[in-house]
Design a protein around this ligand. Structure first.
Ligand SMILES: Cc1cc2nc3c(=O)[nH]c(=O)nc-3n(C[C@H](O)[C@H](O)[C@H](O)COP(=O)(O)OP(=O)(O)OC[C@H]3O[C@@H](n4cnc5c(N)ncnc54)[C@H](O)[C@@H]3O)c2cc1C
Length: 384
């Protein structure tokens, strides 16, 4: 790889000289921030730097659920957070989704509001959990209405899907699905059309304060300067930002070969630890991190036997009993999680020229565009 010192005058001038804003990470957050900032500041030179030849975190790996929270997840959140905070986070996710849909166009990313279904097992624990959701149905629906305007979001549903070993199902009206690959391609195209520069295949190794309020960016190919740095590296942030409450969380996924007469929809199972949906006539299924939390706290892109086997077992025992299913492909991605489910979006340097926007958890599809907007607002406030 050429070092920066070997680049031509033109290369340095086009990409690196007089850089106003450098964004690290070409995920949903990186692209959304670049688009928002370019809309507000068309003359600013904005560069996204991505370590992989493709985005290499979570945004191109995810399951494409446009989710803001199942009934049991929201009840969990209400146990350790005030209701206002819970409403606010749901609102942020929902607003993020609206920004994404308006920006990309529903059809170009295959958005379908299928509703999602929370599936409860036959176990005593799940029956109790279902009853708890139904006992709190009114409160939960009020919360969703306050956050999104959707009325009667959670309703009891029935098992018309042919699932086995299931006691109850609750429908979440507002959720749906997109095509993750189409979303990321579209975000890239929009950013490039607006004049955002993108460079793939270079990692930020460290950054440091430099004279004249500039930030020095150190990469494996050499160093350059920027006026403002935005770190949107989510689950891969630990080495860059060791003092922040964030851990990597690997998530593994399988997709089957085509299955005739497959149902349509998005589903959550076992307190949200598992999720599955149709992708056309294929079944996509992921989850099972709860089986090996420690092992899954990693940035290695691997698939493990313990999780792969649990996903296959779920297909055989519950989702498509008595059907012969062939797995076509498997992969994993890395999320960023912490003690709190709230993302971190703030300036971290004294001079307020380094911002972080990380810890998107498992709902970044909906939330990511809202975080992009928040980044632009913080930047605008600082510069007004
Ligand atoms: C398997 C899986 C399934 C999921 N399913 C869903 C779902 O159905 N619905 C949902 O809402 N959310 C889901 N998520 C979560 C969602 O994908 C994330 O919350 C979201 O993509 C986070 O976006 P981001 O831009 O913050 O981070 P990322 O997409 O991780 O982007 C960070 C980028 O930074 C780059 N980077 C990191 N370090 C450096 C460095 N030092 N230098 C240069 N570049 C760097 C990475 O390569 C990466 O491309 C899922 C996640 C996974 C892994």
């Amino acid at each position: 790889m050429l070092r920066y010192s070997q680049l031509s005058f033109w290369e340095k001038d086009s990409y690196f000289n007089d850089l106003d804003i450098l964004i690290i990470g070409a995920g949903i957050v990186g692209y959304s921030a670049a688009i928002e900032l370019k809309d507000k500041y068309p003359d600013k030179k904005i560069l996204i730097l991505e370590r992989g030849y493709l985005p290499t975190g979570a945004s191109t790996k995810n399951a494409g659920f446009t989710c803001f929270g199942s009934g049991s997840e929201i009840l969990d959140d209400l146990e350790d957070q005030e209701q206002d905070k819970v409403v606010d986070l749901i609102r942020q996710r929902y607003e993020g989704l609206q920004i994404l849909l308006n920006r990309c166009g529903k059809d170009s990313i295959d958005f379908i509001q299928t509703g999602s279904f929370e599936i409860f097992k036959n176990s005593d624990e799940d029956v109790d959990m279902f009853e708890n959701v139904m006992d709190n149905q009114r409160r939960l629906n009020d919360i969703i209405e306050e956050a999104t305007g959707i009325k009667n979001n959670y309703t009891k549903s029935s098992n018309t899907f042919g699932f086995d070993n299931v006691s109850n199902i609750v429908k979440n009206y507002g959720e749906g699905q997109i095509d993750t690959g189409k979303m990321m391609l579209k975000l890239h195209q929009i950013a490039v059309q607006k004049g955002v520069l993108t460079l793939f295949g270079t990692s930020l190794e460290s950054f440091e304060d430099f004279e004249n309020d500039l930030v020095k960016i150190n990469t494996e190919n050499g160093a350059f300067l920027t006026k403002e740095l935005i770190v949107a590296t989510n689950g891969l942030s630990q080495s860059l930002l060791p003092d922040i409450d964030l851990k990597p969380a690997r998530a593994q996924v399988l997709i089957t070969k085509p299955i005739p007469d497959l149902f349509n929809g998005t589903f959550h199972y076992d307190r949200g630890y598992y999720y599955f949906r149709n992708v056309g006539n294929r079944l996509l299924i992921g989850g099972g991190r709860n089986l090996a939390f420690e092992e899954e706290t990693t940035t290695d892109f691997e698939n493990t036997a313990i999780i792969t086997n649990s996903l296959k077992k779920l297909i055989n025992d519950v989702i498509l009993p008595n059907k012969k299913i062939e797995i076509e492909q498997q992969w994993s991605g890395i999320m960023g999680v912490g003690k709190s489910r709230n993302p971190i979006v703030r300036y971290i340097s004294e001079k307020r020229n380094v911002m972080v926007a990380i810890r998107l958890g498992g709902m970044g599809v909906a939330l990511g565009s809202r975080i992009g907007q928040q980044i632009a607002t913080l930047f605008e406030k600082k510069n007004s």
